[in-house]
Design a binder for this molecule. Sequence first.
Ligand SMILES: C[S@@+](CC[C@H](N)C(=O)[O-])C[C@H]1O[C@@H](n2cnc3c(N)ncnc32)[C@H](O)[C@@H]1O
Length: 460
Amino acid sequence: MLQKGNEEGFIRYFCSAGYGMEQFVVDEVTRKLEAQDVEQLQGKVLFSSSANISQVKQLKSVERLFLLLKRDPPLKMSSHANPARAASALKSTLMADPQLWTSAAMTWKRLQGVHADRKERLVEELMKEEDHESEVQIMKKRRRMAFEDELTASEHGCDETAPQENRDSSVPFSFRISCKCSGALSRCLSAQDVSKVLGASLKQLGWKVDLRYPQMEITVYLNDDHCLLGSPLTRLPLANRSYIQTTGLRSTVAWAMAQLAHIQAGFLVLDPMCGAGTILIEAAQEHKLACFLGFDIDDGQLKKASDNVEFAKLGGRMHVLRASTTAMPLPSASVDAVVCDLPFGRKFGSKSDMAASLPLILAEMERVLRVGGTLVLLLSPQLSCVLKRILTHKEPAQPDQERQHGSHGIMSTPIQGTEPPVGLMCKPYPPLHSLKHETTLRLSLGIIDGLLHKYIKTDS
Ligand SMILES: C[S@@+](CC[C@H](N)C(=O)[O-])C[C@H]1O[C@@H](n2cnc3c(N)ncnc32)[C@H](O)[C@@H]1O
């Protein structure tokens, strides 16, 4: 339920999101925060909300959360623009309304509240102690502080607990700027030049530069589409989860997969190649009344998964077992949703041919899924072509044919541990007409892209 936090009205935020995740952010802020004026840009979403800041900080689809300080149309640079003219145009835009900076600083301070005061004390202590400590000790302490930050923030509705006297003491303010500049403007001004222009202007307002422990970080994004200035509201990205010890798949993508599965109370959700269990843990955090089961053939991955289950205190409703996805120890139609991130890419790429094993893997997933259940798969673009071919195949696929031709028409061997169960060994794989395609989305996974596919099992 939405907790109202800002009696003074709506606050405008923006957040960064991985490529392809923007629509998930739009849906999440609308549903959980009753956000208004939601605007989607590439890699960013802007929204207004009156929700309590601790609730805003619990968004799951988001990389980083910012207080929106200023948003302007992109700066138009003529072909004759030189650095001096560009700097002057930039200054006029950024400082068009100096009062805006004062009110942004006050909003920021109010959002930080007690949390900021506590942080300031910790920073002071840290600075005093640092002279006597090794770099490793300092790093450890900073990391601990960052985590404490996140925990404190989610435990308290900070803006509500903020003492009144803090709310107006917003200037003078110390700041540090980081800037990402691309497009036409970057041909005249570097990111450093932009920081200098903004820094000099803020100093004229009485603000102070503090590169080590600023009160406010200012992040500037300038490109041909927009000019966005914000202040990050958490030191760590929201995508860093405090409840996951060892990460596998990017947490935001894992969360998005769980969203697509439309999990409901009483569901049994299966990840038959669970790795460290990230998808199931994200799903379990969101759906407290469902149960979760993970299989993997790699003992190292299973250890990470069970440590993660323990760390997240999910032992009562999430279990991981050693089993192959090609021969799952489950009765037919026993599972409500299957979510799976198949091995591909550099981190989890398999030396053996996943394409050759895909018909059998799909047949097993389809077998254990009940009619009406959801299948959500994350695949590389190449494996997605194989998936499409398998699912549009009219005739039952022969195991040997698939193996010989694979996805690339070359001889291949199945991946280790994916030998077909005896029942399927000599039979053709059943055609998978029961899987009805619902949606396919392209997402960035860092250096590579993945495709998310959603199917519903029908009774045909
Ligand atoms: C891409 S990783 C999954 C990562 C996982 N989503 C996470 O967040 O950690 C794929 C996993 O499939 C497992 N795997 C490969 N072949 C398998 C098989 N036949 N049966 C079950 N698991 C298998 C690998 O051990 C690996 O952990």
